[in-house]
Design a protein around this ligand. Sequence first.
Ligand SMILES: [Zn+2]
Length: 212
Amino acid sequence: MTVNYLVNHIPTSTPLERRTGRRITATTITIHNTGNPTSTAANERDWLTNPSNKRKASWHIVVDENVAIEAVPLNERALHAGDATGNNTSIGVEICESGDYGKTLDNAATLVAKLLKERGWGVDRLRRHYDWSGKICPRLMYDGGEWTGWAAFKDAVQAKLDEGAITVKAEDANAIIAKYLQPAYASAKTKAEKDEAHRLAEALRKASGQKK
Ligand SMILES: [Zn+2]
């Protein structure tokens, strides 16, 4: 589960404060749709430095069916949330609407899961643009106000996190439990020792996907 990731920052001289140079410590990730049915990630990145673009707006990462492109460093303020707190505390991820949207959404979920995992965050750290400013964005997750697409996206991210979390094979975990932890439990002299052997066995069962 990887997405091609390209770092292609817009120059610090880019006008309209698209690169503020101001350091932020992000605490959330904000999800957007580009609002353009035909633009690719490369198109969106180019638009940020196109002289005919007069909008005072920028974002950190854009993702399409093929690639994710980082246009603003993730520790620098970008203008995407329509709200000062949002801009000061959130990483803006734009999801393209062009091409194979199913593939794009899968890439977006993979990318966002990776960003969360790197920071030790869960899906409770995800925000819609809508949460900051009331704008109907990400618009393709809106569903006439039901936001079922948003719930599905968060589920998809959670599934990626769960998938990535299983790094121990069930048979290995069970072998460790049978060979080491059960004898340790059986021969434990105190309740604390028994509890610890039990705790470790449960942790292994979880890590190997045998328990939620
Ligand atoms: Zn938006």
